[in-house]
Design a protein around this ligand. Structure first.
Ligand code: KIV
Ligand code: ZN
Length: 515
């Protein structure tokens, strides 16, 4: 069995998914789970792209010690310098430099000749190598590049000090056979290729990202890049959990193994789905709700007689446990703390206390509190930055009836601590509520997206709402849960506004510190 390194880019390429907007604490929470999952490398972000990304990469590099943390940079000195500032606290600081090599990108985007592209790549890899022990170089749009040109530039960047060479299928254009041949060609043509790890990075535009990645591995790739749940730009990236399980289940055919702990898959997938708001489709391989469900009678009968009749993967292998009752009204603080630990969430004593109080409130209304319910509460508490003064919901009331005009009355406390109250009408109860909130909040608000879901099943299920708002021109996401759908909707709306205030506050603080 040869070892394949897993490079996770959920926090960089995955975070580039439309509508995804993670704050620093959420990124850190995902990074900790990726470490538990056993990824070899995690790409924490693109430090030069924004202050928020810089801070998140720095926090992750300073915290995560069991996995190598890497940051993305363009082939410009300032990007490399900024990335170094963010990553220098990491155990083994690593940089990911990319430059396009396809005729389309070189002509229209870079406006550089192939010779100029080689010179830039070589110069920047040498520059980066003065600071970073590990430098990965990516030939962006490799699959639409000339193979001989690729071989030439790769040889030069390896001589300049690159330690990993990545051949991304940036636009999801290639096919398994073609991508495999490209890896074989590069492995056999580039004379110094044995000095580096060869990496694949696939996008899913034609639905072939996982198959393409495995074809690369069969033809010389020693590293696979991808994201949890396959999130990413456009149709997303290769789903790492699918690649890992395919290699494991078909180990009779594939002589490769990874360091991933497969029983952490479900937990990792749930965390990423909850924090990004990108739900996994029910029929998705490995992590979809229906991945282990058997509907047809003939299948159910077979599975009852012997699970292997229709099940090639056991739910336990990927960490899927039945989401049954875990704690109830009479559960004490101790049992609660044990369960929090079991879910892999680290909370400070204060946050644990807050979570326990919320859990107790929930048991007043809900007989059976499931792992999913608890996870929802914990994530809200864990990723909340309470140091900043925010809007607080004091009271709300919504009147709705088929013969009435929906009307909402809301009382809030503003960040300055001032109580405010008003009432508005709308076409429906949520519209009335949101119009009322909008009129009480000083910021300029525009609602872009609104979703409401139940957490698990049952009449007493928790409601979880997600919104996307544009606050003073900046897009922010919010989520909120409650027993009632209207209350969950109000919480999500205020959560988005408060997240905006936290972000604004942290940028303002940085300005003060800098000046
Ligand atoms: O898809 C791509 O080409 C990338 C590069 C930055 C490696 O994500
Ligand atoms: Zn990519």
């Amino acid at each position: 069995m040869s070892k394949i390194k897993i490079f996770d880019t959920t926090l960089r390429d995955g975070e580039q998914s439309p509508g995804v907007n993670l704050n620093q604490l959420e990124k850190l929470e995902i990074a900790k789970q990726l470490e538990r999952f056993g990824v070899d490398r995690m790409e924490a972000g693109f430090p030069a792209s924004s202050k928020g990304d810089f801070n998140a990469v720095k926090a992750i590099a300073d915290t995560i010690k069991g996995t190598s943390v890497i940051g993305l940079a363009r082939t410009v000195k300032s990007d490399v310098d900024i990335a170094w500032e963010a990553l220098k606290g990491a155990e083994s600081p690593s940089l990911h430099l990319f430059l396009a090599t396809s005729p389309i990108h070189m002509t229209y985007k870079l406006k550089k000749t192939p010779e100029e592209v080689i010179d830039t790549a070589v110069e920047m890899v040498s520059y980066a190598k003065q600071k970073f022990p590990t430098v990965e170089w990516s030939a962006e749009d490799a699959t639409r590049s000339d193979w001989n040109f690729l071989a030439q530039i790769i040889e030069r960047v390896i001589d300049a000090g690159a330690t990993v060479i990545n051949l991304p299928d940036t636009v999801g254009y290639t096919t398994p056979e073609e991508y495999g041949k490209l890896f074989r060609f590069i492995s056999e043509t580039v004379p110094n290729i044995d000095r580096v790890n060869l990496s694949c990075h696939c996008h899913n535009d034609l639905g072939m990202a996982v198959a393409n990645s495995i074809a690369a591995v069969e033809n010389g790739a020693t590293q696979v890049e991808g994201t949890i749940n396959g999130i990413g730009e456009r149709a997303g990236n290769a789903a790492l959990e699918e690649i890992a399980v395919a290699l494991k289940i078909r180990s009779d055919f594939y002589p490769y193994e990874t360091n991933l702990k497969l029983n952490e898959i479900k937990r990792t997938s749930d965390l990423v789905a909850k924090l990004t708001g990108m739900h996994v489709q029910a029929n998705k391989a490995i992590t979809g709700r229906n991945a282990f469900a058997h509907e047809a009678g003939i299948h159910q009968d077979g599975v009852l007689k012997n699970a292997s009749t229709y099940e090639i993967i056991t739910p336990e292998m990927v960490g899927v446990n039945s989401n049954t009752l875990f704690l109830g009204k009479h559960s004490g603080r101790h049992a609660f703390k044990d369960k929090v630990n079991e879910l892999g969430i680290e909370l400070s004593e204060d946050k644990l206390k807050e979570a326990f109080n919320l859990f107790k409130q929930l048991t007043d209304h809900k007989k059976e509190v499931t792992d999913d319910d608890l996870f929802t509460i914990l994530m809200e508490i864990q990723t909340d930055t309470s140091a900043v003064e925010k809007y607080k919901l004091e009271m709300f009331q919504v009147q709705y009836g088929s013969a009435n005009i929906p009307t909402a009355t809301v009382s809030l406390k503003t960040p300055a601590g001032k109580p405010v109250q008003t009432a508005c009408t709308g076409q429906g109860s949520v519209e009335a509520l949101y119009k009322t909130l909008d009129s009480l909040i000083e910021e300029d608000l525009k609602l872009i997206d609104y979703q409401i879901n139940s957490v698990g099943g049952g009449k007493d299920a928790l409601a979880e709402s997600r919104v996307q708002l544009v606050v003073n021109g900046e897009t922010v996401n919010g989520r909120g849960s409650a027993q009632d759908v209207i209350e969950a909707s109000a919480n999500a709306f205020l959560n988005a506004v408060n997240r905006y205030l936290v972000q604004k506050n942290s940028s303002a603080l940085k300005q003060v510190v800098k000046s």
